[in-house]
Design a protein around this ligand. Sequence first.
Ligand SMILES: [Fe+2]
Length: 377
Amino acid sequence: MTRRFRALVAHPQVEALGELAELIGGLGLQVETARSTVEALNKLRQNPAHVVVAYHLSNNFDGVALLESSILSSPEALRIALVSAPDEAVELDYRPPHAGIIIRLVAKPSERSRLVALVGEGVKMLTLVDEQRELVRKLSLDQSKLQRRETLLDVVVKERTKELEESYEKLKSANRQALFGLAEAIEAKDPYTKGHCGRVAAYSLVLAKEAGYPTEGLETLEFGAFLHDIGKIGIKDAVLLKPGPLDDTEWIHMREHPVKGFDIASKIEMLHPIMPAVRNHHERWDGSGYPDKMIAHDIPLSARIVAIADAYDAMSTDRPYKKALALEECEAILKKTAGKMYDPELIDVFVNRKLGALYREDYDDLPYDDGHAASST
Ligand SMILES: [Fe+2]
């Protein structure tokens, strides 16, 4: 077993030195011996001790001076002076504090048990201090390991988050393209409505911006406006593409498209936020619309916006059964139907800001760019 603690014993007599070394060695310490104070100090300089025991006899063997000097090489050592007679100890009681504590024992065989007990207690204390230091060392080591791991983990998490965000953006973009492609395919079935969804999305976006729609919801609103007629996938071609007016049965079937669109959107998680615009874009302000006969502000704002954009685009573009109306004519119809079919406040914004000029070649300035209404040229 490796002896953890060292002791130095100094005594001028060989026999007494041997006896003391045996006693202290028996307590588990590694013991060095010295027969002079000079030899003892040399050994301590080379190898500091945890326990220093020195014999003291005035004018013969200055053990107290040795113990005081040992502070330089072994500052935390347990120091014991073995005085030859009780009266030799008086000077120890008046020592300055910086000289360290020296414990005094009378150097006679009957005091040996006290020496053993004292050193034994000292070794227990040293062991405890040692264990505490080891614990502190391990804890600080663990802490620095933990910090290194946290830093590493932080880097890994950031990298993974960035990768996931990039993947998500790619996936989102791919899904959007697929859905826009789907909407374009529906438009392509009916050449007369080609470009309609894109224009409804653009009108909805400018109207929403001008009406103070929450910025974070604009992208969803534009998306919803683009796909508002997605339910027409479920409408029979014979009805959807009929060149003439629809009969009652055909109208009933055609009016199913908002609910059909809603059902489609409900099955695709990415489309959930646009479900109100899809389902309710044919509701009317006075409750005469479909499918839920909602009234006024009960109609979702996105659906009220899309309804105006949808109606305006239908009026302002050529259809098989009618020619496109001028901007002012469209605005007049919208104003007339405000409060009956459409949200009157939104109609005010749409008309007063000339938002319908967005796709009109006869209007140069885009009114929503600087917030002022454009003038006719
Ligand atoms: Fe529709």
